[in-house]
Design a binder for this molecule. Structure first.
Ligand SMILES: *[C@@H]1O[C@H](CO)[C@@H](O)[C@H](O)[C@H]1NC(C)=O
Ligand SMILES: *[C@@H]1O[C@H](CO)[C@@H](O)[C@H](O)[C@H]1NC(C)=O
Length: 349
């Protein structure tokens, strides 16, 4: 009798282990970042009108964008289904914790998307929105969850000195703001090629050398290495989860999606079909992956470039901050593509 019970237990655990192993390996095989966009009328995940704090630059529908099909696409990875974003579950998982996006306006885009996704899940739950210096803090008071944004376009420092503003590729004092945060999501890219009056520095410093300028991709790489060193020195992986947002692509050249007559993203109403983008990946992706590959601490890349490249229809175009005179094919409408970045983030935690 007892032998049979033992045998039963043995078989039970054997199959339990087998089941867990199969499930585990299935999960590991699933690449969330390769897939296709499918129409799904149950999307978007929230109506922009239920998110009163979306900034004007992302509020395409309110700015007069007439077509809305672009809001009804769901990202479908090839090998598995993404769990639909569940704001209550996300807040429960993060109860008492802090999340910080660090980067440029693409970080702001994803930060606003996440606050909208969460607020629309618990519309009657109180929140506060405050700004302290460069940091915006959105707090879900009931859950004690803070969703923050640290505006920091290069991750490394720009310091005012006698000679002018110096972009210091080896200096990362701005990291003081990242201490004690439970989840960090970094991004930098769009400002590295900025020149002329909106370039926010006069000199660039590498080691002891002060330069008037240098190859911008090399500068980007040096800054990433400085950031990588910061991660390896300062992050305790048992306490802090680190993500990198990945390179968010722009759409100003239709030749790259086989529509040479298109000079921007205006009037694009549907995604590129298929799995790959005809124009290929921006070179910054390889540089970023190279540096991430050298980090010893766990850092998860939200590898959103390809899925976003396919979304030539997802940008504000003339329904953004600049209005009819502007042409924004860099940021993303909300509701829209950054909701998918956050849906993947939700599936990763
Ligand atoms: C929200 O705040 C108001 C005013 O401070 C308070 O009366 C109410 O109970 C709060 N609601 C929740 C769900 O905590
Ligand atoms: C657009 O992309 C094509 C293909 O790479 C390239 O030949 C062309 O110079 C680009 N046009 C502009 C305006 O950058």
């Amino acid at each position: 009798m007892s032998e049979r019970v033992e045998r039963g237990f043995f078989l039970f655990f054997f199959f339990l282990l087998l089941a867990l192993k199969v499930r585990g390996s299935g999960y590991e095989k699933c690449d969330f970042f390769s897939g296709t966009w499918v129409l799904d009328e149950s999307y978007p995940l929230y109506q922009p009108s239920t998110c009163p704090f979306i900034e004007r630059e992302f509020r395409c529908e309110a700015n007069g964008r007439p077509d809305l099909i672009y809001t009804h696409y769901r990202w479908h990875p090839l090998a598995c289904n993404l769990l639909r974003f569940d704001g209550r579950d996300f807040l429960e998982k993060m109860r008492g914790k802090s999340i910080m996006f660090v980067g440029d306006s693409l970080s702001r885009n994803q930060w606003q998307s996440l606050t909208c996704l969460l607020h629309s899940a618990v519309p009657n739950s109180n929140y506060t929105l405050a700004r302290v210096g460069d940091v915006s803090i959105f707090t879900f008071t009931e859950y004690r969850v803070k969703v923050m944004l640290d505006r920091n376009v290069y991750l490394v420092d720009v310091v005012k000195e006698k000679i002018g503003r110096v972009l210091k590729l080896d200096s990362i004092e701005g990291s003081k703001l990242w201490q004690g945060i439970d989840m960090l999501i970094f991004n930098t890219w769009h400002w590295w090629y900025r020149r002329g009056p909106t370039q926010p520095w006069d000199y660039i410093q590498v080691g002891n050398k002060i330069l008037k300028d240098m190859d911008r991709m090399n500068a980007f790489e040096e800054a990433l290495k400085t950031w990588a060193k910061w991660v390896d020195t300062n992050v305790d992986p048992t306490k802090v989860k680190v993500f990198f947002q990945g390179i968010s692509p722009s759409h100003y050249n239709g030749s790259l999606w086989n529509e040479p007559s298109a000079k921007s993203c205006i009037r694009q109403k549907t995604p590129v079909s298929g799995l790959t983008y005809p124009g290929g990946l921006p070179p910054a992706v390889a540089v970023l992956k190279g540096v991430l590959g050298t980090i010893k601490k766990p850092v998860t890349l939200l590898d959103i470039t390809t899925l976003s490249l396919l979304r030539k229809d997802g940008h504000p175009s003339i329904y953004g901050l600049g209005g009819a005179a502007g042409m924004d094919c860099s940021h993303w409408c909300l509701a829209g593509v950054p909701d998918t970045w956050n849906e993947i983030l939700y599936n990763l935690i």
